[in-house]
Design a protein around this ligand. Structure first.
Ligand code: FES
Length: 67
């Protein structure tokens, strides 16, 4: 699913950027080597960043416990 239509950034690219440390839409654009155009995707991108960040944080204790 596309999060940003103007720059053809998909949800999985946002997720990968978050796993690499992106925490704001501008970080995602930078990670994808693109720049924002209309900006209408900012809300959806923030939501996806928050969801992915929460999933990543929830997964960390389980990963640490496995060691
Ligand atoms: S939809 Fe992302 S910049 Fe236009």
């Amino acid at each position: 699913m596309y999060i940003c239509i103007c720059r053809a950034i998909r949800d999985r690219e946002v997720d990968a950027a978050v796993r690499a440390g992106a925490r704001r839409p501008v970080d995602v654009f930078r990670a994808c080597g693109k720049s924002p155009q209309c900006g209408s995707c900012a809300g959806d991108m923030r939501e996806r960043i928050a969801e992915t960040s929460a999933r990543e944080q929830a997964a960390q204790p389980a990963m640490l416990a496995a060691d």
